[in-house]
Ligand binder design. Structure first.
Ligand SMILES: NCc1[nH]cc(CCC(=O)O)c1CC(=O)O
Length: 329
């Protein structure tokens, strides 16, 4: 991460403080916003003033509608729509997102200005009272036969049902704490959550089993925070480019190009996960499946990191070509 003072990255003269930062109101979103602000102020000490930033909590459609699958209420971008509107209306100056909740195409006038260092991208299993102790040799052995797993994610559902066709999945939404309490209460035998969210909230101890990215391919952008800004705001774009994490930028470009090339709906289970190899090459794993786990196609590609987007598009096209057409209808 860059340190020190970057005069060129200062907000343009005459803009005036505070800078208004838009965020959702969940504990995880607020944590991510404060984390982002701590990175900005480390780079730009003049912004360390308590009055330099103003947090604007914005409720999104995704927050308001808790009783249905996102896929059934319009899918992509539901956690960002109202935040994009606030940016375009100049009610905020930039916004903090979980990258995996951000659609791959930004609306006109908005850019994804930077991505922050990735937290662990893997998914974890949260066990309820009726489960056996975790078995290091088999991540799903702790789940009793026929158990109902709480998840609203078709990506997690398809992969767990592919591995364990005896299980069933039930709808669970709400923020991380709500989901944990529903599993603790025995409403579901277990649930699957992003380890990144648990870690950031200090709840890592709840992760009974961590699934490696090959066994459960994470969502594109999982564990990465992305910052959006108005395209015309050169000064803020410059400031934000100075805090960009290069590795997160490369892997998220690959994962998001992959997702964009597939052009699936929220009903299509899609996983995309990239990492940089020790030699500097980029390794991208992609997955497409049916929600019930009756079809699952997983493929990987390795290539030069500067060609992250091309690799993503190539893998997306290749998986699409070999999947049943109705998955993308
Ligand atoms: N869709 C909700 C959401 N968006 C980002 C995270 C976790 C943090 C991250 O992946 O960056 C979560 C919760 C979850 O999937 O468990």
């Amino acid at each position: 991460m860059p340190t020190g003072h970057h005069p060129a990255a200062m907000p343009e003269h005459g803009r005036g403080l505070p800078l208004r930062v838009g965020t959702r109101g969940s504990p995880l979103a607020l944590w991510q916003t404060r984390h982002f602000l701590s990175i900005v102020t480390a780079l730009c000490p003049v912004l360390r003033d308590a009055q330099a930033f103003e947090e604007h909590v914005i409720a999104t459609s995704g927050d308001r509608i808790q009783d249905r699958r996102l896929a059934d209420i319009g899918g992509k971008g539901l956690f960002a729509k109202e935040i994009h509107e606030a940016l375009l209306d100049r009610r905020i100056d930039f916004a903090v997102h979980s990258l995996k909740d951000l659609e791959t195409e930004m609306p006109p006038g908005i850019v994804l200005a930077c991505t922050l260092k990735r937290e662990d991208a893997r998914d974890a299993i949260i066990l309820g009272p009726g489960c056996a102790a975790p078995d290091p040799a088999d991540p799903y052995a702790c789940l009793p036969a026929g158990a109902v797993i709480g998840t609203a994610s078709v990506r997690r559902q398809s992969q767990i049902l592919f591995a364990r066709p005896d299980l069933r999945c039930g709808m669970i939404r709400g923020n991380v704490q709500t989901r944990l309490s529903r599993v603790r209460g025995g409403e579901f035998a277990a649930s699957l959550l992003a380890l990144a969210g648990l870690k950031r909230l200090g709840l890592q101890g709840e992760a009974a089993v961590v699934l490696d990215a090959e066994a459960m391919v994470p969502a594109a952008g999982q564990g990465i925070v992305g910052i959006t800004v108005r395209e015309s705001d050169e000064a803020l774009r410059e400031l934000l480019s100075a805090i960009e994490d290069r590795e997160a930028a490369a892997v998220s470009r690959a994962e998001r190009a992959f997702l964009g090339a597939l052009d699936g709906s929220c009903r299509t289970p899609i996983g995309g996960h990239a990492r940089l190899l020790p030699g500097g090459e980029l390794h991208l794993t992609g997955l497409v499946a049916r929600p019930d786990g009756s079809f699952l196609l997983k493929r990987a590609l390795t290539g030069p990191a500067p060609e992250a987007e091309r690799l993503g598009r190539e893998l997306g096209r290749s998986l699409r070509a070999d999947s049943p057409a109705d998955l993308f209808a």
